[in-house]
Write a protein that binds this ligand. Structure first.
Ligand code: DQA
Length: 143
């Protein structure tokens, strides 16, 4: 079974409590269930992780690169300024889909820049937690 890492950056562990008018009422635990259930339906072994720590997230991207694992990545606020994360994504050896729950292009100006998009396989944003489902489906067909 193909393993997929679903990696989440800072503040995403607070889904449900965090600005529900922007990010919805689903909790992080709901997101984990959504991804693992969709993964089972698609025949993917999905490993969902979250960290507030840039260096831990970069370490997981190195692991994905070394093990040739496809990735769904929500870089959260790192999207907009982390060249270190961008350089880690650039080392990818398998497809990587950048996802966002909200649509950053429709929000504050600083969210209009993604330093990740140019090194991702593609990006999906604005569909709530369904963005992750769409990303997993795209990886299942990219195999
Ligand atoms: C986000 C959008 C980012 O701008 C924000 O910093 C996040 C979440 C999203 O999923 O909509 O933390 O990546």
């Amino acid at each position: 079974m193909t393993r997929v890492l679903v990696l989440n950056g800072p503040n995403l562990g607070r889904l449900g409590a965090r600005e529900p008018e922007v990010y919805g009422s689903a909790t992080y635990e709901d997101l984990v269930s959504l991804c693992t259930n969709e993964g089972s339906a698609l025949g993917l072994d999905v490993d969902v992780r979250q960290t507030d720590d840039e260096s831990e997230l970069i370490g997981w991207l190195h692991e994905a690169a070394d093990d040739r694992l496809p990735v769904v990545l929500n870089p959260a606020a790192f999207t907009h300024y982390s060249y270190a994360l961008r350089d880690a994504v650039a080392q990818r050896t398998a497809p990587l889909v950048e996802v966002h729950i909200s649509n950053p292009a429709a929000r504050e100006e600083f969210r209009h820049t993604s330093v990740i998009s140019a090194v991702a396989t593609g990006s999906i944003a604005g569909f709530g937690t369904q963005s992750y489902v769409l990303a997993l489906r795209s990886l299942a067909t990219a195999r």
